[in-house]
Design a binder for this molecule. Structure first.
Ligand SMILES: Cc1cc2nc3c(=O)[nH]c(=O)nc-3n(C[C@H](O)[C@H](O)[C@H](O)COP(=O)(O)OP(=O)(O)OC[C@H]3O[C@@H](n4cnc5c(N)ncnc54)[C@H](O)[C@@H]3O)c2cc1C
Length: 349
């Protein structure tokens, strides 16, 4: 039965010393432990070989891949541990290569835009983070922006070309891809109003396809992309119209000024933590949180902003777990005082 397994010294020792007085149950247990240890060692050895193989494949197929990269620097919250693997995709081909590789190697992957709506775990991410840096803006009958173009860059380019429609987005950090994913919006407008169609990569078959505005199933901070993680945004054809540069500029400045007065922009954050869905009290989420007496509440180095209670700010060195505790505290208090269940807008990694 034990053929092929090394005979453990401890078993021999027990037999010799006690001259067969060891009962069979103890013998069985010791022998089982020895076999288990042997099997465990084999599993560990096999896993190490597998890890080495994966490492080798990664370096061969994605030479510019980086390892153990701090994600905090790629988020506006400045919070989060390291990504085991990190790859910057500058073209559609880069993106396809990285995703097909991750799937082949069975490594989980995550698409990162501007990291402005993200709370990253202190433990980091044990997979491949693909940072979208496809940043082309193409003019034509309809302007087209790649997913890695920043929203602010898009606003600036629209102004330069005298195109109106994106003014509401001035001051929102992040990328076009991230904004479509969450249907980002402000001042009564959202990405839904500016999208003609999008180009997506379907990771099921690695095919690129086009989706019309209505196929994106936009809702308040919602889209089909939040539900169907198989679809990665590559680019968007925009609905913009010719406008007067002076008027466009004026509106952009007005929006930027408003943001400065109501948002705590001097601290790292991820914007509004909770969705501002309508509630029976008719109050904004910020007001609900304020009414619970939570403005200024601190846990560790994370604080509920005094300027805007739907913002949690990083005072410097805040941890994900501090922010999570504040989020849970807010949810608990708002539920018990108003019987309203808040839903997070911020995404977790
Ligand atoms: C100071 C401040 C103010 C803000 N104000 C607003 C505001 O007024 N309105 C508003 O709506 N938001 C606001 N936000 C939140 C945030 O800027 C937006 O939600 C933004 O659109 C997120 O884009 P991102 O590229 O940073 O996405 P990320 O944070 O990088 O990612 C968010 C999610 O999108 C997914 N994603 C990103 N790119 C792609 C892609 N190409 N394909 C598929 N999935 C993708 C990610 O996987 C992730 O799940 C604010 C944030 C800050 C810090």
């Amino acid at each position: 039965m034990t053929a092929g397994f090394p005979r453990a010294k401890s078993v021999v020792f027990l037999e010799n010393k006690r001259g067969g007085r060891v009962n069979s149950k103890t013998k069985f247990l010791v022998s089982a432990a020895v076999h288990l240890t042997y099997i465990l060692n084999l599993v560990i050895k096999y896993s190490r070989i597998m890890i080495e193989c994966i490492k080798f494949m990664i370096e061969k197929e994605l030479p510019s891949i980086q390892k153990n990269i701090s994600l905090a620097q790629y988020t506006t919250f400045k919070i989060g541990g390291k990504a085991r693997y990190f790859f910057i995709a500058k073209t559609k081909e880069d993106l396809i290569k990285a995703i097909s590789f991750a799937r082949k190697s069975k490594i989980p992957f995550f698409i990162l835009g501007g990291g402005s709506n993200l709370l990253v775990s202190d433990k980091g991410y044990k997979g491949l983070v693909i940072k979208m840096r496809l940043t082309r803006f193409l003019e034509g009958k309809n302007a087209c922006a790649e997913a890695g173009v920043t929203l602010n860059g898009l606003v600036r380019m629209s102004l330069e070309k005298g195109l109106s429609g994106m003014e509401w987005a001035a001051g929102i950090p992040g990328t076009v891809g991230g904004a479509i994913y969450g249907n980002a919006g402000a001042f009564g407008k959202s990405m839904k109003d500016n999208i003609e169609k999008v180009e997506v990569l379907d990771i099921k078959n690695l095919k690129v396809k086009s989706l019309k505005n209505k196929d994106c199933k936009f809702g308040y901070r919602e889209s089909v992309f939040k539900k169907n993680k198989n679809l990665i945004l590559i680019s968007a054809t925009l609905k913009l119209k010719k406008g007067e540069k002076e008027k466009i500029k004026e509106l952009i400045e007005k929006h930027l000024e408003y943001r400065k007065t109501v948002q705590p922009l001097n601290y790292p954050s991820a914007g509004s933590v909770f969705k501002n869905t309508e509630n029976k009290r008719g109050l904004t989420v910020g007001k609900l949180i304020e009414e619970c007496g939570l403005k200024g509440k601190k846990i560790g180095r994370a604080k509920i902003s005094e300027k805007h209670a739907n913002f949690i700010v990083n005072l410097g060195g805040a941890k994900e777990k501090d922010v999570k505790k504040l989020i849970n505290l807010i949810k608990r208090k708002v539920k018990s005082k108003f019987k309203i269940v808040l839903e997070e807008e911020v995404q977790f990694l």
